[in-house]
Design a protein around this ligand. Structure first.
Ligand code: NAP
Length: 340
């Protein structure tokens, strides 16, 4: 398994990492689309055997049960795993009625969330602690100071962010520099052949300022596996049969054209649409690790094939062209003259 440096930090991550959002029985947004504990353990064991030593979870996944399951699985393996989790959303679930310190990025919320994650994960440190989304109600300095205290206390080794606007990311880097606080080492963002909007601001910022990038939902919640068909309802039991609003936003002519191109490349190369989609992402400049979502062992095996696939440059060029969104202003204006 290839290991990559997380931006300019000293942390190395496996090129594919394991996304733990499908772990633990959920009553929240993942209700009905997670794996059983037995299957989750098989998938995690196989992932580690295959060299996937980086695992990404969050306090909010399955309302804390993803971290709990991971904590049980990690017993005896903690030193072999680079463990990343997140805070910001309430563990009791999105949209629930929660106290102010049970969510957000205030000092109190961060310190409490970190202690709770350490307990659930049965560990004394997190390799990468990420804030799950920006919180403009809290001064960025307060968030960074709380994270820096966790680093100084040895509870967290590196800090990262996720779901940030470009300006807020750069503001965070400035604030860390000005105050001698620990800067974000990485950004975790949605990135796939059907979600390239992060290439407008976040990818250039990460590359320019030396942050690593972790890509989430690399198969567009499973759409790029090819199991969804044009004009048909999502297959029973699939993620998008449970997430109909997301399905509506994915079921667009643009995305079907992307999938047609992916399937064409897969046929030519004798592989699967999932492998092609993940291999394309692995080749994007700036990408540190692709966080693979696999609810079953079969899905994981299929996704691992991306590591053995070298996409010919003409196929990459075709996928780049077909999947390019309308970049809009100012990227389209700048892009007509030079790469932005
Ligand atoms: N920072 C954030 O805000 C954020 C947001 C989302 C995710 N994430 C992270 O990113 C990770 C991955 O996200 P994701 O689960 O949305 O990734 P994804 O790869 O886009 O979707 C994974 C889902 O697609 C289906 N699938 C995967 N491989 C397949 C295959 N080979 N054939 C058929 N179906 C397949 C499975 O769903 P079904 O079998 O149920 O259809 C699986 O649960 C998460 O675990 C989490 O760690 C972070």
């Amino acid at each position: 398994m290839e290991r990559r440096q997380l931006g300019r930090s000293g942390l190395r991550v496996s090129a594919l990492s394991f996304g733990a959002m499908t772990l633990g029985e959920s009553q929240g947004f993942m209700k009905g689309v997670t794996s059983t504990e037995a299957e989750a353990r098989r998938v995690l064991d196989r992932a580690l055997d295959a060299g996937i030593d980086t695992v990404d979870t969050a306090n909010v996944y399955s309302e804390g049960r993803s971290e709990e399951l991971l904590g049980r699985w990690l017993e005896g393996k903690r030193d072999r795993v680079t463990l990343a989790t997140k805070c910001r959303f309430p563990t009791s679930g999105l949209g629930a009625d929660v106290a102010p310190h049970e969510q957000g990025l205030s000092r109190k919320a961060i310190l409490r969330a970190c202690e709770a994650s350490l307990r659930r994960l049965r560990t004394d440190h997190l390799d990468l602690y990420q804030v799950h989304m920006q919180d403009r109600s809290v001064p960025i300095e307060e968030t960074l100071e709380a994270l820096t205290d966790l680093v100084r206390a040895g509870k967290v080794l590196y800090v990262g962010c996720s779901n940030y606007a470009g300006y807020r990311l750069v503001e965070s880097l400035w604030a860390a520099d000005r105050r001698h606080l620990v800067p974000y080492a990485s950004i975790q963002m949605q990135w796939s052949l059907v979600a390239r909007e992060g290439e407008r601001e976040l990818v250039p910022a990460a590359r320019h300022f030396g942050l690593g990038i972790l890509a989430w939902s690399p198969l567009g919640r499973g759409f790029l596996s090819g199991k969804y068909r044009r004009g048909m309802q999502p297959p029973a039991g699939s993620r998008l049969s449970a997430w109909l609003d997301t399905w509506k936003s994915i079921d667009t002519e643009h995305n079907w054209r992307v999938l047609d191109a992916v399937e064409g490349v897969a046929r030519r190369l004798g592989t699967t649409p999932s492998a092609v989609s993940l291999a394309w992402l692995l080749g994007r400049p700036g990408l540190s690790t692709v966080i693979v979502g696999a609810r079953t062992l079969e899905q994981l095996e299929e996704n691992l094939a991306a590591l053995r696939l070298a996409l010919p440059p003409e196929d990459v060029a075709e996928l780049d062209r077909v999947s390019a969104p309308d970049w809009g202003y100012p990227q389209a204006f700048i892009g007509a003259r030079e790469p932005w």
